[in-house]
Ligand binder design. Structure first.
Ligand code: PGA
Length: 252
């Protein structure tokens, strides 16, 4: 079983460097006693250079350019992220897909991340659920296209973050339940098995994101068949995030 993983996605928060530093330090403190999970903080890129990762807290980026260098105003490359001690890179978050990012661009980004030996966290997830299985086709399509052209061995290094869009930014009551989550992880692993074989597919870490809070973290980690979480708004609340980390660590 892969080590458990909790990624804090701060999104476009907080407003000042002072607050970012304070939140980073406080999160580091909460993570200092964690034994069985890796904690990753993905701050806005402007704060990356000010956040020093440690053994217990690794650094993540929220986005990356698909190119290594060149005339790409406003973009940040995987080469540059690697130089800032980043370990994980979130790719294809739904909030970026809404800005026009396609599966084809995402696949190029993942290749660029892997080339620097960084770990891509591929976000996938349906917009809504229906009774005819269209949401499953959407998830399958995202996985196949986003991972197109990536070698079998490299596929096993990708972390998949299942983030149903309807569950993002709500409250724990509106998140996916552990039963539905468990079903989806089986579906995702089946697709991966078809792409890279059963053994490698079982190495892929699948985590969940979408209104993970202190209230639902334990139930989801115990019965959802995931090895961790991508946490948005709750990662800005140090007490709540500490409880999520504790829940994941307790599960072992
Ligand atoms: P949320 O965000 O925890 O606020 O729902 C998760 C995400 O978008 O990664």
């Amino acid at each position: 079983m892969a080590k458990r993983l909790i990624i804090a996605n701060w999104k476009m928060n907080p407003a000042t460097l002072k607050e970012a530093r304070a939140l980073f330090q406080a999160t580091k403190k909460k993570a200092s006693t964690v034994a069985r999970a890796s904690v990753v903080i993905a701050p806005p890129s402007v704060y990356l250079a000010f956040c020093k990762p440690s053994k217990k807290v690794l650094l993540g980026a929220q986005n990356v350019a698909w190119a290594d260098k060149g005339a790409f105003t406003g973009e940040i490359s995987a080469v540059q992220l690697a130089n800032l001690n980043v370990t994980y890179v979130i790719v294809g978050h739904s909030e970026r897909r809404f800005l026009g990012e396609t599966d084809e661009i995402i696949s190029k980004k993942i290749k660029s991340v892997l080339k620097q030996s960084l770990i891509p966290v591929l976000c996938i997830g349906e917009l809504e659920r229906d009774n005819h299985g269209a949401y499953l086709r959407m998830v399958e399509d995202q996985i196949r296209k986003s991972l197109a052209g990536i070698g079998r061995e490299s596929l096993a290094k990708v972390v998949i973050a299942y983030e149903p869009v309807w569950a993002i930014g709500k409250s724990s009551d509106e998140a996916v339940n552990s039963h539905k989550l468990h079903e989806m992880t089986i579906f995702i692993r089946k697709i991966l098995s078809g792409m890279c074989g059963r053994d490698l597919a079982h190495k892929v870490q699948i985590i969940y994101g979408g209104s993970v809070e202190a209230k639902n973290a334990l139930e989801l980690i115990q019965n959802g068949n995931v090895s961790g979480f991508l946490v948005g708004h709750a990662s800005l609340d140090i007490k709540g995030f500490g409880e999520i980390v504790k829940a994941v660590d307790a599960r072992g």
